[in-house]
Design a protein around this ligand. Structure first.
Ligand code: ATP
Ligand code: MG
Length: 139
């Protein structure tokens, strides 16, 4: 893939708190282009696969139950250095520690319910958007 892409997901807490469209608007204002978008639900099994790197950790069940508790918005985003730029835009995992102005600072509530996911590498981004999109759905 020659373009710089990342995978992002707006999490169920953002839907519950009605922040979904505000968060999407912030992402677009920050200069990311939408290459694919979908609102869907993760089954518990899919959430466990998606977060398989965290299997066995103390928060795994909390995380996967939460991620399958309501809708998510899956996004493929394009921008130069997309993976790192998006991680900067969302801030640290724990909203209390995230920098002022970041999406998790503004819209997240707890370490689990932190409003948004962003892939941490290009390899992981490709693996992660594979859970949600077929080739034809990415333009
Ligand atoms: P994400 O992968 O969702 O973008 P991240 O890369 O900042 O977040 P990871 O370490 O990959 O953080 O953890 C994945 C997700 O697991 C976090 O976003 C958070 O929702 C949850 N999580 C991580 N650590 C904890 C924890 N100590 N307690 C509760 N939930 C946690
Ligand atoms: Mg992560």
């Amino acid at each position: 893939m020659e373009k710089s892409l990342t995978f992002a997901m707006i999490k169920p807490d953002a839907f519950k708190n009605d922040y979904t469209s505000e968060i999407l608007f912030e992402i677009l204002k920050a200069g990311f282009k939408l290459r694919a978008i979908k609102i869907t639900l993760l089954t518990l099994e899919k959430a466990e696969q998606f977060y398989s790197e965290h299997r066995g950790k103390e928060f795994f069940e909390r995380l996967t139950c939460f991620m399958s508790s309501g809708p998510v918005m899956a996004l493929i985003l394009e921008k130069p250095d997309a993976v790192n730029e998006f991680r900067k835009l969302i801030g640290k995992t724990d909203p209390a520690e995230a920098q002022e102005g970041t999406i998790r600072k503004k819209y997240g509530t707890t370490t689990s319910q932190n409003a948004v996911h962003g892939s941490d590498s290009v390899e992981h981004a490709e693996r992660e958007w594979g859970f949600f999109f077929s080739r034809r759905e990415i333009h």
